[in-house]
Design a protein around this ligand. Structure first.
Ligand code: CP
Length: 338
C-alpha cells in the first residue's frame, strides 16, 4: 500500500492501486452491513490536528473506538509543542521541537498517526508541496494517514467513491459535476483534487464548473486529463454551472479559493464578492438526470446549497458523512492488518 516504502503510509488515494481501492470499498460495504469482523484491541491510533475538523476527527475516533482500539487526539497549539520541519534547521526560533523527534517519539506509543497538517496559506507553490505531512511520513516509524493536506484528502475521496457506488452502481460512463460554490472562507482544494482523480480512475465523466480565476491546480489537472484518456472517461473544466449540471447523475458542491489570489485575503474577498449565482438550488438540480447532491462538509446553507436541496430526497450528504466511518474502519484494518 502507498508509496511502496516499507511503511504503508496513505498520503494520497492514488498511492493505492485500483485493486487496493476496490478491495477497500468492498470491505467498507461489508462493514456497513456489519459483516466485517476484525478488532483493533490493544492498538492505539494518534490523531493530530493542526486545523479544525468535525467529520474527520469524530469519524476517525469513533472508528478506532468501535473496533476496540484507542484513539488519542492532539490539537496543535494546545496539546503539543510548536514544531520545526526544516531539515538541518538551527532551532533558535519559536519551535522547541522538530517534527523528526515528535514523529519518532509518537511512533513508540501508537500503531498509526493520522494527521491534518497546517496550511501556511502564503504561497500555493509552497503549500502544494505538502511538506509537513511528507516530513511526518519521512520520520514516523508507523503508518501516517493524511487527514487533509493542501493537495489531497484521501479519506474523503474514499468515502465519496463508496457513496457514488452505493448511489449509482457501476461508475464508468456516469457523469459527476463538480460545482464551485461561494464561501467567505473557502475550503481547501484537497477534497476536489482527490475526488477528480478517484472518479476519473473509476471511468466517470467529470465536469468542473467554476468562475474564471478559480482553476484547479495545473499539475493535478494534467494528471486528471491523462486519467480521463487512459480510462475512457472524460474531463471538462471551466464550464458554466448550468452547462455542467445538464444531464449529470451527481452534483458535487464545494467551495475553494482562487489560486491566483492565494495568500492575499483582500484580493480573494473582492474576487468572491464579484461572483454571483454560484449556488446549488432546486432549479439547478432539475437540470440533472435525477441528480443526487454531494458535499463533503462543512456546508454553508443557503450560500453554497439551499435548504430544500440539502434536506431533500436527492441529498446524499449524510450518507457521505456516514461513509467516512465505514471506509476509515476498512482502511485501518488494511493498514494495521487487523
Ligand atoms: N469533510 C471533512 O473533512 O470535514 P471536516 O473538515 O469537518 O473534518
Amino acid at each position: 500500500m502507498a508509496e511502496r516504502s516499507t511503511i504503508p503510509h496513505l498520503l494520497n488515494l492514488q498511492d493505492l492501486s485500483e485493486q487496493e481501492v476496490d478491495d477497500l470499498l468492498d470491505l467498507s460495504m461489508r462493514i456497513k452491513r456489519r459483516a466485517g469482523a476484525f478488532q483493533l484491541t490493544g492498538r492505539t491510533v494518534g490523531l493530530l490536528f493542526f486545523r479544525p475538523s468535525l467529520r474527520t476527527r469524530a469519524s476517525f475516533e469513533a472508528a478506532v473506538n468501535q473496533l476496540g482500539g484507542e484513539a488519542i487526539h492532539l490539537t496543535a497549539s494546545s496539546d503539543f509543542w510548536e514544531l520545526e520541519s526544516q531539515d538541518g534547521a538551527v532551532m533558535d526560533g519559536r519551535a522547541p521541537e522538530h517534527v523528526k523527534d515528535a514523529a519518532r517519539v509518537l511512533s513508540r506509543y501508537v500503531s498509526a498517526l493520522a494527521i491534518r497538517p497546517a496550511l501556511v496559506g502564503q504561497s500555493w507553490a509552497a503549500d502544494r508541496r505538502d511538506a509537513s505531512i511528507r516530513a511526518w511520513a519521512q520520520h514516523a516509524q508507523v503508518p501516517v494517514i493524511n487527514m487533509e493536506s493542501a493537495l489531497w484528502h484521501p479519506l474523503q475521496a474514499l468515502a465519496d467513491l463508496m457513496t457514488l457506488r452505493e448511489s449509482l452502481g457501476k461508475l464508468p460512463g456516469k457523469t459527476l459535476s463538480v460545482v464551485w460554490t461561494r464561501s467567505p472562507q473557502p475550503a481547501s482544494h484537497a477534497a476536489v483534487h482527490s475526488l477528480l482523480l478517484a472518479a476519473l480512475r473509476s471511468g466517470m465523466r467529470v465536469r468542473v464548473a467554476h468562475p474564471s480565476g478559480y482553476e484547479l491546480d495545473e499539475q493535478v489537472m494534467a494528471e486528471a486529463r491523462a486519467l480521463a484518456d487512459a480510462k475512457g472517461g472524460a474531463l471538462e473544466a471551466g464550464l458554466g454551472v448550468k452547462e455542467a449540471v445538464k444531464g449529470a447523475h451527481v452534483v458535487y458542491a464545494r467551495s475553494w479559493s482562487s489560486l491566483e489570489d492565494y495568500g492575499n485575503a483582500t484580493l480573494a474577498a473582492s474576487r468572491v464578492a464579484r461572483t454571483q449565482g454560484w449556488i446549488v438550488d432546486e432549479a439547478l438540480m432539475k437540470l440533472g438526470a435525477d441528480a443526487r447532491l454531494m458535499h463533503a462538509g462543512p456546508v454553508r446553507r443557503n450560500l453554497e446549497v439551499t435548504d430544500d436541496v440539502l434536506d431533500g430526497a436527492r441529498s446524499l450528504v449524510y450518507e457521505q458523512a456516514e461513509n467516512r466511518l465505514h471506509s476509515q474502519k476498512a482502511l485501518l484494518a488494511r493498514l494495521l492488518r487487523a
